[in-house]
Design a protein around this ligand. Structure first.
Ligand code: AMP
Ligand code: MG
Length: 316
């Protein structure tokens, strides 16, 4: 693709991202709503704008494999796939779910608290240039409001958000228009989590290994518990607690006298959302015998917070 990149616009987008703002960027699949994947407060804006009722883990985008290696562990087979599918000359939309490295500053809200990260290198020259200049990973789900269809032009993004539209880098119509294939590479056997623009046949051909279909009943996933889809702390979690039991770590919201940590002392739901996963992780410490969370109002971002809290409490 020959493409004139307007570096002034890339710089403007970078400045917005550095201020924890979101921008819409073109990729070869669909337009993404991008934010700094290392900053909880930036990620929460994605959820506010999309109006999503739950916090799904987001795909972290990188300019190349080397940049991704600072955040996730690549097995030999994962690297083989990445090299095959993420080239500058030959490229297919493939997202790899890989183990998160310890001690990275990746936002726990971006990964919805999981120890794995979905990573991908996009193909669009504007997305690649933005990623190179920003020098940090970008989390980017599709740039549409919840329940709207995925946008494949800048105009779709504008229409979906109306007057709340973010700054949009216009890169023309997306070539593929279909989401990336998502492959879980955290176990011995690769598992297809979502079919997309890169075919299973081609993946199997590169790996010389069969790919398990996540929804295929005949597929035996060796350790079922290993396909962790939701974050759950090791300690038991109780919700809607007003008075904690002895030994419980009390996670507050709003005015809370005996809270160990407080999601938002001023009852601000977006502050609470940005703190949710990192605070749960901080409290998941054997010096306590459980975590008790104060009631969170069931409105706005509170829906997504309560959704994740109830999944974390049931451990399913
Ligand atoms: P989207 O960004 O809207 O294309 O969707 C991203 C998809 O990736 C969602 O279906 C997520 O559930 C999935 N995903 C992201 N991170 C992970 C992960 N660590 N493990 C499993 N699935 C993931
Ligand atoms: Mg979408």
């Amino acid at each position: 693709m020959t493409f004139e990149i307007d570096y002034t616009l890339i710089k403007k987008a970078c400045n917005l991202l550095h201020q924890s703002d979101v921008v819409a960027m073109p990729t070869e699949t669909v337009y993404g709503l991008a934010a700094d994947a290392t900053t909880d407060q930036a990620i929460v804006k994605i959820y506010e704008m999309k109006n999503r009722p739950s916090f799904n883990p987001l795909i972290a985008h990188f300019p190349d494999i080397e940049a991704a290696k600072k955040y996730v562990h690549f097995s030999k087979t994962a690297e083989l796939l990445a090299k095959h599918f993420w080239g500058l000359d030959y490229h297919r939309p493939l997202t790899l779910v890989l183990p998160r490295l310890e001690n990275t500053n990746l936002s726990h809200l971006a990964t919805a608290g999981l120890d794995t990260v979905a990573v991908r290198v996009p193909a669009h020259p504007i997305a690649l240039e933005l990623l190179r200049q920003f020098r940090k990973p970008l989390a980017a789900p599709s740039a549409n409001r919840s329940n709207h269809i995925s946008p494949t032009t800048a105009e779709h993004v504008r229409m979906s958000f109306g007057e709340n539209a973010p700054f949009i880098l216009d890169g023309g119509a997306c070539q593929i228009g279909l989401e990336s294939t998502i492959l879980d590479m955290t176990q011995d056997q690769p598992v297809l989590l979502r079919p997309g623009g890169a075919t299973v046949e081609e993946i199997e051909d590169v790996l010389k290994l069969p790919v398990l279909r996540h929804n295929d009943p005949s597929a035996t996933i060796k350790a079922p518990g290993m396909l962790k889809r939701h974050y759950a702390p090791s300690l038991p979690l109780r919700l809607n607690v007003v008075k904690p039991l002895h030994g419980e770590a009390f996670l507050g919201f709003g005015h809370a006298e005996n809270a160990i940590l407080n999601l938002s002392p001023s009852s601000n739901l977006s502050e609470a959302a940005s703190n949710l996963f990192s605070m749960l992780r901080d409290l998941d410490n054997p010096k306590f015998n459980g975590i008790a969370v104060m009631p969170i109002p069931h409105e706005g971002l509170g829906l997504a917070i309560n959704d994740r809290l109830s999944r974390a409490a049931t451990k399913s």
